[in-house]
Structure formats: structure tokens, C-alpha cells
Write a protein that binds this ligand. Sequence first.
Ligand code: DC
Length: 229
Amino acid sequence: MTINKKINIAIDGFSSCGKGTLAKQLAKSLHYLFIDTGAMYRAVTLSLIENQINIDEIQSIERLLPSLDISFVNKPEINSYKTTLNGRDVEEDIRSMEVSNLVSPVSKISAVRAFLVDQQRKLGLSKGVVMDGRDIGTVVFPDAELKIFMTAKPEIRAQRRLDELKRNGDELVTFDEVLLNLNSRDFQDSSRSNSPLKPAIDAKIIDNSFLTRDQQFHMALEWALEKIN
Ligand code: DC
């Protein structure tokens, strides 16, 4: 009997590139665990907003972090996962524009990164994880067997994100507002000194501006199976 080995898959890339969609498809077909690390930075950001802690109040942030339990709960009925913060479903709240506008500055804070990277590494210890974010292939799992870096034209990403926000009931948000937020986050995420967004040297690049979800999924699945078998 052949026992296929388990690998870790790191998916990094710009905001709203469909990293989550691809990561979920891969995790489902390989029976792996999917971890959305952006949701973890968003959950910390939401908690700072709710506790009225400013991003320069480092001591208060350091005190808050150990009290945060960020988890992912499988929701098979919607074929997806929900992010919970101390047991509360925060999946919708963490996707709001208020959180989106603050999450990049929050993710620059060293204490926040150290706290979350430590949790992310523990989740990957036994392998069999598909993790998406900005620094997974470069910092969290530099030895991941498969690293993918995703990109797409900003206008295409903004339209996809706008459609998603509208589907979730946000009627007021505009294309320009979403595009501005994406461009600003891309700039902040790529130019920060601590774990900037960049492809790992051995990452496979996917520009999905003109690829369907199915095309990119089959491409990535083939890469994964090559590493597993
Ligand atoms: O994937 P996302 O757009 O939901 O991520 C939200 C923000 O979190 C993103 O603008 C940068 C930050 N982030 C990060 O710094 N490192 C990660 N591994 C994941 C996200």
C-alpha cells in the first residue's frame, strides 16, 4: 500500500486575487486544512476597533493579544469556513471596509505578527495545510513543499471584490473606493520592512487576470500532486 506523504502549501499574493478560493478548492480536494491568515489579521484589527485601542498603543495591544482565540469553524452546509473570535462568528464583520482600511497598519505591528506567525506555524506542524496570506512562503513556512504567488490586474481584482461586497449586502460601497483600498493595501503590504509581500524565490506565479477558477485550480492541483506522489 502506498501512503502519500502530506505537504504544506503556501499561497501568497496581492489583495483580492482569489487566494482563498484556490486555497479552499485545494484543501477540499486533498482533504487538507485550510487556513486564511488574512482573516487572523482582520480578527485582531476588529478586536482593536471594538476595544477602542489605537494602533500606536503597543502595550495595550500586547496585553490584548493573549486573550484572543481566533479559530476556523467548518460549515459544511455552505461548503466553507467561518472565522470565530473568542467563540463569536466574525466572518462578516472582519470583511467590512472599516476593518479593510485599518488592517494593513495593524499587520505592520511586530507584536501582532509574532503572535499570529507563532499560531500559524503550530497549525502546520503535522503538514496537510493549505495556508494563504502574504508571508507564508517567505516567513511562516519557508520550507513549504509547494509555494504559489498569485496576482491579477488591480481593476479586475477590485471588480471581483466589489461583487463580493455587494453579494454580502453592502450596497453603498463604490468601485473607486474598493480600488483605492486595494492599491493602498498592496503598497503598504509590499513596502513594509517586517515580512513584506513578495514571492518566495521558488514560488510558482499565477496571474489569474484571464484565467477561470477551474483553470487555475487544475494547474495548482497538478503542482501539488507532483509534490505529493
Ligand atoms: O488576505 P486579506 O486581504 O484578507 O488580508 C488582510 C490584510 O492582512 C492584508 O492587507 C495584509 C495582512 N496580512 C499580512 O500582513 N500577512 C498575512 N500572512 C496575511 C494578511
